[in-house]
Design a protein around this ligand. Structure first.
Ligand code: PLP
Ligand code: COI
Length: 354
């Protein structure tokens, strides 16, 4: 398989643009899509080189092996600074994680060069779509799924990788209420929890709907065998602050290795915050909420950025978190978004300028 692009990327430009119909002041999250998308096809054992096409429907045979859930994705963001430079945040980590997911789902790896050069070309073409208002960005969704045909329960021989983009604002409207889940599980040892597999999200929807009916926004998953330990939330990793210590669960074969999570751990340490990466017992959190030492809970993820949690439910009881004057969540959100949007020095080399 060729690992580097051999010819210039083919670009089929859209004849029209939808951009003038978009209300950039009320974007919401993932609701409107840019004019173009990047497409690569896997056939006969290799990937076609990336192609930029008008955003639009794709055809799929009814016999495509998507039935068996070979579907993985990534979530990234593109930013534009005051001088109009386009930036990505740790994009190679997303490419690497896509390929980790691909391996687990018996799908083919995408060469880094195809992913990166295809993505950069797409962003340059749709650069007018990158919003600059505070709290907004271009949400980027790379996804790969089985297109090869057959009803035999075995990996497909053909796949499609698409990168589509959506100018977006906040993932959550306001503070988040979470429910600590003890019955259902998101992932199990030996399973696919660490992969960004579509099925991980499908499996969460029903328990999350039940939580939403009870007035919560997200579920905080606990480990599948004992339900005693906090794992992560539906669309983000979680951090707990007890007194002045920030605690997050170690990643594992059940937990997504979040890029925001690992960046926040580094930034927080640099800012002198005591960070502990260790298993967190639900009983420890409940106890800390009761004795007043639980100061904050927040989620961390690309879509969620840093989302403060207003309170959590556990075994029918609700626990509210205090309103702090200078919460870690706000401070760390500013630190990471300033790096992402080129407002602050990037001593880690995380930013990639196009
Ligand atoms: N955990 C889950 C289940 C997620 O869906 C996400 C979002 O991507 C995260 C954690 C956070 O990962 P990242 O910071 O890489 O976006
Ligand atoms: C992301 O944060 O990019 C995600 O993929 C989470 C998704 C459920 C919106």
């Amino acid at each position: 398989m060729n690992n580097t692009i051999t010819k210039s990327i083919e670009i089929i430009k859209s004849d029209t643009t939808k951009i003038n119909d978009v209300d950039f002041d009320n974007l919401g999250f993932g609701k409107v899509f840019t004019d173009h998308m990047m497409v690569c096809d896997y056939k006969n054992g290799s990937w076609t080189e990336p192609k930029i096409m008008p955003f639009g429907p794709i055809t799929l045979e009814p016999s495509a092996k998507i039935h068996y859930g070979q579907s993985i994705f990534e979530g990234m963001k593109g930013y534009k600074d005051a001088d109009g430079n386009i930036m990505l945040f740790r994009p190679l980590d997303n490419c690497k994680r896509l390929n980790i997911s691909a391996e687990r789902l018996a799908m083919p790896a995408i060469p880094e060069d195809y992913f990166m050069e295809g993505l950069k070309t797409l962003l340059k073409i749709d650069s007018d779509w990158i919003p600059t208002a505070d709290g907004s960005s271009l949400y980027i969704r790379p996804f790969m799924f089985a297109t090869g045909e057959g009803f035999h329960a075995s990996p497909a021989d053909e796949y499609k990788l698409i990168i589509a983009c959506s100018p977006s604002g906040s993932y959550f409207a306001g503070k988040v209420k979470v429910l600590i889940e003890e019955k259902y599980a998101r992932a199990a040892n030996g399973g696919v929890g660490y992969a960004k597999a579509g099925g991980n999200y499908a499996g969460q929807f029903y328990p999350t709907q039940l939580a939403i009916e009870k007035g919560y926004n997200q579920v905080i998953w606990t480990d599948d065998s004992t339900h005693e330990f906090i794992e992560e939330a539906g669309a983000m990793n979680v951090f707990m602050r007890i007194n002045d210590t920030l605690i997050t669960a170690p990643t594992s074969e059940r937990i997504l290795d979040g890029i925001t999570r690992k960046s926040i751990i580094e930034i927080a340490k640099e800012d002198g915050i005591n960070v502990e990466v260790r298993k967190i017992k639900v009983s420890e959190i409940v106890e800390a909420a009761k004795n007043g030492t639980l100061k904050e809970i927040f989620g961390a993820g690309t879509a969620a950025v840093i989302s403060p949690v207003a309170g959590f439910g556990f075994r029918g009881e609700d626990f509210d978190l205090p309103e702090l004057e200078n919460p870690y969540a706000a401070k760390l959100k500013k630190r990471i978004t300033d790096i992402q949007t080129n407002k602050a020095e990037d001593k880690y080399g995380w930013r990639v300028k196009l």
